[in-house]
Ligand binder design. Structure first.
Ligand code: ZN
Length: 152
């Protein structure tokens, strides 16, 4: 028995998240909400974050679309709980440069490296990126809200 090639492992991982999405569904009391669409493929992602003291306490997503867009969102939510906003932003930046600029995956990305494997085609990059763009929008909102608290 030989080991399955990485490409197959990655495909499995994506399908697993697609079939059993983690953190699916809206949060009972989100502090920020963001959404986005990828019209090229018909993908749609909604993201809820519960942010407290600059840390993401809870996260939920829902949406529809292809397996890459939905599993990318599922994988994203798995990495956010308990993370400071800055770390979430840094993670989104690393995923973006991996997908958009073709930067070699950072070791800290772990399973997220799978997205690089399936996003070789430019059309697919948009699918994989959608959730991360929605996250960046949510983080912008969270930061703006925190600023207001400090000054208001
Ligand atoms: Zn798609």
């Amino acid at each position: 028995m030989s080991e399955p090639p990485f490409a197959d492992l990655y495909r499995e991982l994506i399908l697993d998240h697609y079939r059993r999405p983690r953190n699916r569904g809206p949060l009972p009391s989100p502090t920020v909400q963001a959404e986005g669409v990828n019209p090229v493929c018909g993908d749609e992602i909604h993201l809820d974050l519960a942010v407290e003291d600059g840390t993401i306490r809870d996260v939920g997503f829902w949406g529809q679309g292809c397996s890459i867009s939905q599993s990318s969102a599922s994988m994203l939510t798995e990495r956010l709980k308990g993370r400071p906003l800055e770390e979430a932003e840094e993670l989104a930046g690393k995923v973006r440069s991996m997908l958009v600029e073709g930067a070699p995956p950072d070791r800290s990305l772990g399973d997220l490296e799978a997205l690089e494997g399936v996003a070789k085609l430019p059309v697919r990059v948009k699918c994989a990126l959608l959730a991360w763009n929605v996250l960046l929008e949510a983080l912008r909102q969270a930061k703006a809200a925190a600023q207001e608290e400090h000054h208001g």
